[in-house]
Design a binder for this molecule. Structure first.
Ligand code: NAD
Length: 286
């Protein structure tokens, strides 16, 4: 059978969305950057798994409303909230509104992220600062607000055996250096040690903190890496599983990682990357 790069090869076929058990029933979740790509799939998956969801977005309210509607399909609540994750005041206000509308927070998925790529010598300070501001400071501000509430409220055994769960959206580039993307790689390397340090600090309070490290996932952020047959073929050379990841791959992982089934997982990055971190250059023996 002939397949072009734009058709799905057998190894690219992804299972249909799981009929989730409502493992997150009664929990309140906030997902940043949730009107596109990975954040959208995570918000919908958490909603289908029984959580009420705040869909954070910074622009394009229509797409945020669409995500909200889909997240509520199985009877949970959701609303969209505009805030720039790099702005302290806006984050404080976003959490305040969540506590008023939903009562508390059980799950934070700090997902919002951007790239502003350039060779080092052409990278402006603005491009450096903005990527660090959104990808790293934005996660810090959201983690801090969530931990304050988790500690104040403590464990509610009928809801979860944890006082709260945080998932930082990292990247394979927390461990793989990335020429031409030093701001992005530095932000994700920073997320790794921020996540581990917070995890160590708050574990005694039964707060779980982990990261998901996606590989190449089919979203707008990396469209240039998969949207032409040539780019697609080059990208598959980096992926032992020989398919690009879908946002739903990350959605399913986020549901499990935030559920009590993952209760003993603390301070870990779960790479969801089709093997991208397995040194694919060595797959034929090196
Ligand atoms: P995307 O561009 O589809 O989504 C990024 C989201 O973040 C969008 O909703 C965007 O509006 C939002 N955002 C950007 N700046 C914001 C701000 N200041 N405040 C609030 N929201 C903001 O890209 P994606 O691939 O879905 O990326 C989501 C996360 O996954 C990012 O942290 C990214 O680094 C990470 N990631 C993606 C891939 C991939 O292959 N797609 C791989 C590794 C890691």
């Amino acid at each position: 059978m002939n397949t072009t790069a734009m058709e799905k090869t057998p190894s690219e076929v992804v299972l249909p969305a799981c009929p989730f058990r409502q493992v997150l029933k009664g929990q309140k979740a906030l997902v940043t950057g949730a009107n596109s790509g990975i954040g959208k799939a995570v918000a919908i998956a958490l909603g289908h798994a029984g959580a009420d969801v705040v869909v954070n977005y910074v622009s394009d309210p229509e797409s945020a409303d669409q995500v909200t509607r889909e997240a509520m399909r199985f009877g949970t609540r959701a609303y969209a909230h505009q805030a720039d994750v790099a702005e302290e005041k806006q984050i404080e206000q976003m959490f305040e509104r969540m506590f008023q509308e939903l009562g508390t927070i059980d799950i934070l998925v700090a997902n919002a992220g951007i790239q502003k790529d350039a060779p080092l010598e052409e990278m402006t300070l603005d491009a450096w600062n903005r990527v660090l501001g959104v990808n790293l400071t934005g996660q810090f501000l959201c983690c801090r607000a969530a931990v304050r509430e988790f500690k104040r409220r403590g464990v509610r055994p009928a809801i979860s055996c944890a006082a709260g769960k945080i998932i930082c959206m990292s990247s394979v580039h927390e461990v793989i250096p990335w020429a031409g993307h030093v701001n992005y790689a530095a932000s994700k390397g920073g997320v790794m040690l921020m996540m581990k340090s917070i995890a160590q600090e708050v574990a005694p309070y039964r707060i779980r903190v982990n990261s998901i490290g996606p590989g190449a996932i089919r979203t707008p952020i990396n469209a240039s890496a998969w949207s032409t047959p040539e780019a697609h073929a080059e990208l598959l050379k980096l992926i032992p599983s020989k398919r690009i990841g879908e946002p739903e791959d990350i959605g399913r992982t986020a549901v499990w990682l935030s559920s009590d089934d993952a209760d003993y997982i603390q301070g870990t990055t779960l790479f969801v990357d089709g093997g991208m971190t397995l040194y694919p250059g060595f797959e034929t023996g090196g």
